[in-house]
Design a protein around this ligand. Sequence first.
Ligand code: AMP
Ligand code: ZN
Length: 137
Amino acid sequence: MSDCLFCKIIDGSIPSTKIYEDDHVYAFTDISPVAKGHTLLIPKHHCQDLFEMPEEVARNLYAVAPKIANAIKAAFQPIGLNTINNNGAAAGQTVFHYHLHFIPRYDEKEGLGLIWQTQKYSAEQLAEVAESIKANL
Ligand code: AMP
Ligand code: ZN
């Protein structure tokens, strides 16, 4: 895609700090890291988000995820690491070429702050939700 920032990073017309590249994916440092080692992994095939991602692109992308996570772990010894992917502006997506964030965790005060509010669902409600999703697989 000619007007896509991350496609331009892949083709080298916009500079990036490359960490890894193969035939299918490209990994580079996030320009505004949330924590030391914050890395983005993207498919070379342009797709806007997870909803649009072909299965084979997903396979090739996630095949590399453990390698990236373990390299970050070995480099900086974080005490944890989140992988996060935002799909849609309402979910916080700002660059519309799929990317998987690798965000290392060092202590509770640094970096990523996740608000994770749980809700109470009965077994029947959970089953109803599951049926709705299953009907669309
Ligand atoms: P998201 O909000 O999930 O769409 O994340 C987009 C990410 O891309 C943000 O964390 C930005 O800091 C990062 N970003 C934007 N422009 C660049 C760039 N030129 N090089 C590296 N990372 C970038
Ligand atoms: Zn793109």
